[in-house]
Design a protein around this ligand. Structure first.
Ligand SMILES: Nc1ncnc2c1ncn2[C@@H]1O[C@H](COP(=O)(O)OP(=O)(O)OP(=O)(O)O)[C@@H](O)[C@H]1O
Ligand SMILES: [Mg+2]
Length: 264
């Protein structure tokens, strides 16, 4: 089981959109996936049309069993018409009570140990996180095998990337103190990319110069992504065959390659 965390300490860069798409895409491809909504905004929960609930909070603070808090996402919601969903998708919802978790937990290992209980039932867990740093990020960091950092090709978003990378180093130290392996940097993903601007291509070059191959193919800004969100569906099931759907698949395939060493 692999644990992927999506992070960027800048808001609105596409973390939740990407979490939902890579979770749904990997489920379509046959993986057993859990998406954890670890942002008090509860946006990953909302993107599946589900009510915000204290799922993560109840699991960690109240000791609720996984069966009580996990939601099954029906395959019909993510499937591409005419194709079957090969795996399964579960969601652990969140709401404002997620903010309280930090106050209640003291042990760095708690979140890791809790989710490792699902080792034989799942292939991958995806954590969607909030842009605001918090102790919860540190505990999720200890549970994380690798991070993917979506970013706009804009100055403030790059600052968010830098801050996230600095915090990753701290979380790696926490993991080392617990004799756990480090945290991979699986990808920095330019999102909502506008090739016709001067700023985005220029900033993309800067990103590539600094990080090289870790920078993935940019995901262009297209209206279909917001339309699909309004329909509570991933873009590849809302508008299969479109350029936006193809962009989304490229991102899912790259995730599969880096996380599972799958052939491209
Ligand atoms: N490729 C894209 N093209 C157009 N719009 C997009 C694209 N990707 C994401 N969006 C839109 O951008 C907005 C912000 O995305 P999202 O909520 O995923 O960002 P976030 O980083 O999770 O934000 P926050 O930091 O508040 O949690 C949403 O309205 C989403 O639909
Ligand atoms: Mg979000």
């Amino acid at each position: 089981m692999k644990v992927i965390t999506l992070s960027n300490e800048k808001g609105g860069v596409g973390k939740t959109t990407m979490s939902v798409h890579l979770a749904a895409g990997l489920a379509i491809k046959g993986y057993r996936v859990l998406l954890v909504d670890a942002d008090p905004q509860g946006h990953a929960t909302l993107l599946f049309g589900l009510p915000k609930e204290p799922g993560l909070h109840d699991l960690l603070v109240k000791g609720a069993p996984f069966q009580k808090v996990l939601k099954v996402i029906p395959p019909e919601q993510i499937e591409i018409p005419g194709e079957t969903v090969g795996g399964r998708l579960f969601l652990l919802p969140g709401n404002l009570l997620t903010r309280e978790i930090s106050r209640e937990l003291t042990d760095l290992r708690t979140i890791r140990d809790k989710f490792r209980q699902l080792e034989s039932a799942l292939d991958v867990i995806v954590f969607d996180t909030s842009p605001t740093p918090s102790p919860l990020h540190a505990w999720i960091g200890v549970a994380t095998d690798g991070v993917v950092i979506p970013t706009l090709c804009e100055m403030l978003a790059f600052d968010g990337v830098r801050e996230s990378l600095l915090h990753r180093e701290v979380f790696v130290k926490h993991k080392q103190s617990l004799n756990l392996p480090g945290i991979e940097l699986w990808g920095i993903v330019p999102t909502r990319f506008k090739s016709q601007t001067l700023e985005h291509p220029d900033m993309l070059e800067q990103l590539k110069a600094a990080f090289g191959d870790v920078v993935w193919t940019p995901i262009p800004d297209r209206i279909l992504w917001t339309e699909a969100a309004r329909a509570y569906r991933p873009v590849f099931s809302y508008a299969p065959g479109t350029t936006a759907a193809k962009d989304a698949w490229k991102m899912v395939n790259r995730t599969e390659e880096v996380v599972f060493n799958a052939a491209p």
